[in-house]
Ligand binder design. Structure first.
Ligand code: PGA
Length: 233
């Protein structure tokens, strides 16, 4: 069983989501399929894919105009939430500490956080990839609470049509698994994300410690998303 999570980013509509759920109804898989969609699409839909959000407030309630709390996400029906996606880190200044606070809020509402870590091109070129990954996990993943999922997303490969080598993905995932183990979170699923598509999904998911994938662009259309789900049944 693998976890196949889609990240729709700021794309889609309620009818597109209903259409995707309908298409997913037609396939047979043991994999856990999750669709992380914009806030407005969370409530009122049904289908085989569990629904997740793409961000959550680090505050519980109150005077935070524009924010959505973990309790509100739970109330709307979200089971998962992506936290610390590189686009949030890049455009909204989210630090590991903020990401951990958000993950803690999700856990306290019974929502599973999908916590993203990964290096920029600059950090990769400076030979800092493993250091960034390890500190990202140590500082972003809450040490206790319910289940978490970690996603390794090399930031330079997101939406770029390129991926790290299999050996580099294996090294990153092994380090994340070892770090989680030391934190008492051994066995938490670790997803790979960045430029996953039907043509590379089976190979990527055969790498040790890759428990599934987090898919951006190729999760928007069922013709692209279903082959990724079916790459490993
Ligand atoms: P991509 O995005 O699949 O379009 O590279 C991945 C992500 O941002 O989660």
């Amino acid at each position: 069983m693998k976890i196949i999570a889609g990240n729709w980013k700021m794309n889609g509509s309620r009818s597109a989501l209903a259409e995707m759920q309908g298409a997913l109804d037609g396939i047979k898989t043991e994999n856990r399929v999750i669709l992380c969609v914009p806030f407005t699409m969370i409530s009122g839909n049904s289908g085989p894919a569990a629904i997740g959000a793409q961000d959550v407030s680090m505050h519980s309630h109150g005077a935070f105009t524009g924010e959505v709390s973990a309790e509100m996400l739970r109330d709307a029906g979200a089971k998962y939430v992506i936290v610390g996606h590189s686009e949030r880190r890049m455009y909204h200044g989210e630090t590991n500490e903020i990401v951990r606070n958000k993950a803690e809020m999700a856990l306290s509402a019974g929502i599973t956080p999908i916590i993203c870590v990964g290096e920029t091109m600059e950090e990769k070129d400076a030979g800092k990839t493993l250091e960034i990954i390890e500190s990202g996990v140590r500082e972003s993943v809450p040490s206790d609470g319910g289940d978490v999922i970690v996603a390794y997303e090399p930031r330079w490969a997101i939406g770029a049509g390129i991926t790290p080598t299999d050996d580099d993905i294996a090294a990153a995932h092994t380090l994340i698994a070892e770090t989680l183990e030391k934190m008492g979170r051994g066995g938490a699923p670790i997803l790979y994300g960045a430029s996953v598509k039907g043509a590379n999904a089976a190979q990527i998911m055969s790498i040790p410690h890759v428990d599934g994938v987090l898919v951006g662009g190729a999760s928007l259309k069922s013709d692209d998303f279903i082959p990724i789900i079916m790459a490993t049944k």
